[in-house]
Structure formats: structure tokens, C-alpha cells
Design a protein around this ligand. Structure first.
Ligand code: XLS
Ligand code: CA
Ligand code: CA
Length: 439
């Protein structure tokens, strides 16, 4: 089979001094950091939809890059297979070991769901063939329950019982395919699970129906041998005004309320975190302290634009603080999916590679610097010391739940007035981060 990216060589690590645009400067797969290879810390994944599908279209203009990959007609099975060929060549050349997909990223959707499902069977057989002899696997699968017009009023939250059944059917098939392709996880991103006006919406009813659908998905997934994690991917808005999975705290509360917390974790996307008015690190920390940091959609937004721009991550402060959370979490059960797309004017095949090299190097730099921050120890020891008053005396009694409100009030009365807490030293700690980053 002729190469699709014929002018692109195997991408190798050449180190920070290299000026070769088609080489890694920081991602050195076999380098050991804190006892583990970089490739194990960073299970990178290619997002099928952006990398093989998105062709630069926006609301004001059509494609700027041709992603037919040699197929004579788009939206055909010939094109679907050409995308598989392109995807595997792309992943092999970069050393990316995972991919993520929606059902309808793989094949063109037919009017009849039975036809779509037959196409999915045929195409995933082809993917399985391609996987032979490689160590490439699926990171997670999902069902697209937001593009088709039938989902205009939601999938699990729809007002139509028939549409609800179509959502169920798509989830069932996407779970079958995820298991078939060795997927580590299964994602629910509730694109249309939300509302615009309470005048026409029964929120409690809709949330109960979403939870019921998730329970049925868990039961079915476990019955076919899916042992991985289910994920909710929180996002506050776009396309809906109010989305039910606003942020990690909201999604975790929902999972606990409906008894789904044993099977689900979070898939945290950087761009969604900032849309929710949080930092990426905040969303990771909230997930981690609840035992639910599962997987990451690695991208970044543009704070000046304020919508879901899905840019390739290049902010090393962000990737460092992300990897700091991931290392403290003991890693991920999932991985790092580049839910990112080239900018519209970056419209060549070379740009697709430059984008992944940028993203992989940004996270490798983040990993190196996060490990240095942890080994440096100044941040950890500051935080430890900050709460030292809870280690002994009345503080220890509070932590050990050995006191009462009356005892604490008597203690306060005996002091008359407390000393001020010690300084938070934020600027000093920020200078520690800069010192580690730029030394
Ligand atoms: C959209 C989401 C979506 C999910 C998968 O904003 O990021 O792509 O990751 O459905
Ligand atoms: Ca995403
Ligand atoms: Ca997104």
C-alpha cells in the first residue's frame, strides 16, 4: 500500500537542541522519570474525529485541507477505510499507541441504523486487521449522540421515548466496538444533555432518565466483559446553554446521587475546565481527591475567545501543573487524548504532524518539570507546614473528630483572640515554579 504521508519520516527524539521540525525535543519514550518510562506515564491517543475528520471547516467557510486520503468519494466505506490507513500510518510514525473514536467518526451514518451497524462491523474488522502486529489499541470509544437531528432535545434527556431507544442502541453498539478494539474506557460526553429554558424542561425527569441509561450501559458493558472505566466528560456549555455535567464537582455529585460512582470516573478536558471558569488543574484535583481522575482530553482553549477552540496544548505551565496532579494521583487508568485540531490555516499534512509533536513535547516537558517540582519538595513541604496547627493539641482533636462545638468555643474564649494564620506565600511559591521551569 502506498504511503499517505510519504514525505514524513518516522518521528524520533533528537533532544532540546534539535531544530528539526519533524523530531521530538522532549518526548523520549524510553526515558525513565520517577521509576516509569515516559511512554507509560503518557499513553497518548489520537482523536479520530479531529485528526482524520476535521478539515478546517468553520461557520464561515468550508474545508481548507483535503482529508480524503486518496479515496475517490467522501463519506463512503472507501473513504472510511482510507481514514483507517491514514490513521495507522500517522500513529505509527509518531509512536502514538492509542486512538479514541465516536461511532460515526468511523463510518458514514446511514438512514437505517441496521445499515450503520453493519458498516461498523465491517470497518472495525478492518481496524482489527491493521492492529495485528502493532501495539496500537483503542483508549476509549463513545457514541455520538449530539450530531444527528434526532438528538435535538437530548439523548438520555430527550422528550421522545423512541429517540431514547436510539441512544441506547448506539451506546450498546459503541460498547461492543470498544470491547472488540481492546478499549480501556467508555466516555459519555453529554453534548445535548442540558437545556436552554426551564419553561419547557423537567430537569429532575431528564436527569433520572440519563442516570437510568448509564445504569443500563454499565450492566450491558459488564455483561460483555468490559472491565474498563466509564467516564463522564464534564463541560458547562456549548452546544447547550446549561449542560448537566457542568464541571467535575457537579458530575461527581450526579454519579453519587444515582449510585454510579463505582463504575464511573472523570475524563477531564482542559478546554472544558476553562469554559467552566476553572483552571485545568482545579478540575483534575477535584476529580483526584474523589478517586475519580480517570482520563484526560489534552488540549487548550483561548481565554480571549471563550468557546471550545480545541487547540493543541502548548502551555507548559498548564501541562506541568496537569502532570503534577497526575503524578500525585499515581497515574491514570486512561490516557491523554489529543481532542485538538489544527488551526484552519495550518492546512497541510506536515501541520498534522507538527501539531502532535507540539502536544507530545508539551506534555513531556510538563512531566519532566512536574517530577522536578515534586523532587524539589518546597511546594509539598510548604503545604504540609501550612496546616501544622492541626497536628497537635486542639487541631489534632478536630482532625480526629474527638471534640464538640462547645469545647471549641470554650477554647476560643480562653484565647480571647487568635494569632493570624501564617502567610500563604503565593508569590514565593510561584517563583519556585518559575525557577524549576526555567533552570
Ligand atoms: C466536545 C467533546 C467531545 C467529547 C467526545 O466538546 O470534547 O469531543 O470528547 O464526545
Ligand atoms: Ca473532549
Ligand atoms: Ca472540546
Amino acid at each position: 500500500m502506498p504511503e499517505i504521508f510519504a514525505n514524513i519520516p518516522q518521528i524520533k527524539y533528537e533532544g532540546p537542541a534539535s531544530k528539526n521540525p519533524l523530531a521530538f525535543k522532549y518526548y523520549d519514550a524510553d526515558r525513565v522519570i520517577m521509576g516509569k518510562k515516559m511512554s507509560e506515564h503518557l499513553p497518548f491517543a489520537m482523536a479520530w474525529w479531529h485528526n482524520l475528520g476535521a478539515a478546517g471547516t468553520d461557520m464561515f467557510g468550508t474545508n481548507t485541507i483535503d482529508k480524503s486520503f486518496g479515496a475517490s468519494e467522501k463519506a463512503t466505506m472507501e473513504h472510511a477505510k482510507a481514514k483507517v490507513d491514514a490513521g495507522f500510518e500517522f500513529m505509527k510514525k509518531l509512536g502514538v499507541k492509542y486512538f479514541c473514536f465516536h461511532d460515526v467518526d468511523l463510518v458514514p451514518e446511514a438512514d437505517d441504523i441496521n445499515v450503520t451497524n453493519a458498516r461498523l462491523d465491517e470497518l472495525t474488522d478492518y481496524i482489527l486487521e491493521k492492529m495485528q502486529g502493532t501495539d496500537i489499541k483503542c483508549l476509549w470509544g463513545t457514541a455520538n449522540m449530539f450530531s444527528n437531528p434526532r438528538f435535538m432535545s437530548g439523548a438520555g434527556s430527550t422528550s421522545s421515548a423512541d429517540v431514547y431507544c436510539f441512544a441506547a442502541a448506539q451506546i450498546k453498539k459503541a460498547l461492543d466496538l470498544t470491547v472488540k478494539l481492546g478499549g480501556r474506557g467508555y466516555v459519555f460526553w453529554g453534548g445535548r444533555e442540558g437545556y436552554e429554558s426551564l419553561l419547557n424542561t423537567d430537569v429532575k425527569f431528564e436527569q433520572e432518565n440519563i442516570a437510568a441509561l448509564m445504569h443500563m450501559a454499565v450492566d450491558y458493558g459488564r455483561s460483555i466483559g468490559f472491565t474498563g472505566d466509564f467516564y463522564i466528560e464534564p463541560k458547562p456549555k456549548e452546544p447547550m446553554k446549561h449542560q448537566y455535567d457542568f464541571d467535575a464537582a457537579t458530575a461527581i455529585g450526579f454519579l453519587r446521587q444515582y449510585g454510579l460512582d463505582k463504575d464511573f470516573k472523570m475524563n477531564i478536558e482542559a478546554n472544558h475546565a476553562t469554559l467552566a471558569g476553572h483552571t485545568f488543574q482545579h478540575e483534575l484535583r477535584i476529580s483526584a481527591i474523589n478517586g475519580m481522575l480517570g482520563s484526560i482530553d489534552a488540549n487548550q482553549g483561548d481565554l480571549l475567545l471563550g468557546w471550545d477552540t480545541d487547540e493543541f496544548p502548548w502551555d507548559v505551565y498548564e501541562s506541568t501543573m496537569c502532570m503534577y496532579e497526575v503524578l500525585k494521583n499515581g497515574g491514570l487508568t486512561g490516557g491523554f487524548n489529543f481532542d485538538s485540531k489544527n488551526r484552519r490555516p495550518s492546512n497541510t499534512f506536515e501541520d498534522m504532524f507538527y501539531a502532535y509533536i507540539l502536544g507530545m513535547d508539551t506534555f513531556a516537558q510538563g512531566l519532566i518539570k512536574a517530577a522536578e517540582l515534586i523532587e524539589d519538595g518546597r511546594i509539598d513541604s510548604f503545604v504540609e507546614e501550612k496546616y501544622a496547627s492541626f497536628k497537635t493539641g486542639i487541631g489534632a482533636k478536630i482532625r480526629n473528630k474527638e471534640t464538640t462545638l462547645e469545647e471549641l468555643a470554650d477554647y476560643a474564649a480562653s484565647l480571647k483572640a487568635p494569632e493570624m494564620p501564617a502567610s500563604g506565600r503565593q508569590e514565593y511559591l510561584q517563583s519556585v515554579v518559575n525557577q524549576v521551569l526555567f533552570c
